[in-house]
Design a protein around this ligand. Structure first.
Ligand code: ZN
Length: 135
């Protein structure tokens, strides 16, 4: 059993993290938090809290990274939707039992120390869905 708690964040693929950060902070007046390199995903990310959810900006650090490939195919824009779950292992077991196609069978490290896993868009109405568990 698992529970979806809320929309955790919306992931946006950008070519220039600094410029986009500037838009969110200077133009929209939001506070941008840190910057983290997630080596495994070949991305540099930052989070921008916005009410109860956040915007995640992702800039690729390598031409063969998933975010670079996304931009090559679709241009910059919304790349994934992340839902906060109470327990990501339980969620994966449950979804697997229901025959849902998963990208991650086991959770991986996400920015900010979250435990995350992705569901394949073929199983979720065309949206790359991230499940995120945070303390
Ligand atoms: Zn994300």
């Amino acid at each position: 059993m698992f529970k979806i708690l809320k929309v955790d964040h919306v992931g946006v693929a950008v070519k220039n993290l600094a410029a986009t950060k500037n838009f969110y902070s200077e133009v929209l007046g939001l506070t941008v938090f840190g910057e983290e390199l997630v080596e495994q995903q070949k991305v540099k990310v930052c989070f921008i809290p916005c009410g109860d959810s956040e915007v995640e900006l992702l800039e690729s650090t390598a031409p063969d990274g998933p975010v670079a490939k996304f931009i090559e195919k679709n241009g910059e824009g919304i790349q994934h939707l992340a839902l906060r779950v109470d327990n990501v292992e339980n969620a994966l077991a449950d979804l697997k039992a229901k025959g849902i196609r998963l990208i991650d069978e086991v959770p991986r490290y996400g920015a900010g120390g979250a435990k995350i896993a992705f569901i394949h868009p073929k199983s979720s109405g065309g949206v790359l869905l991230e499940l995120s568990e945070r303390q």
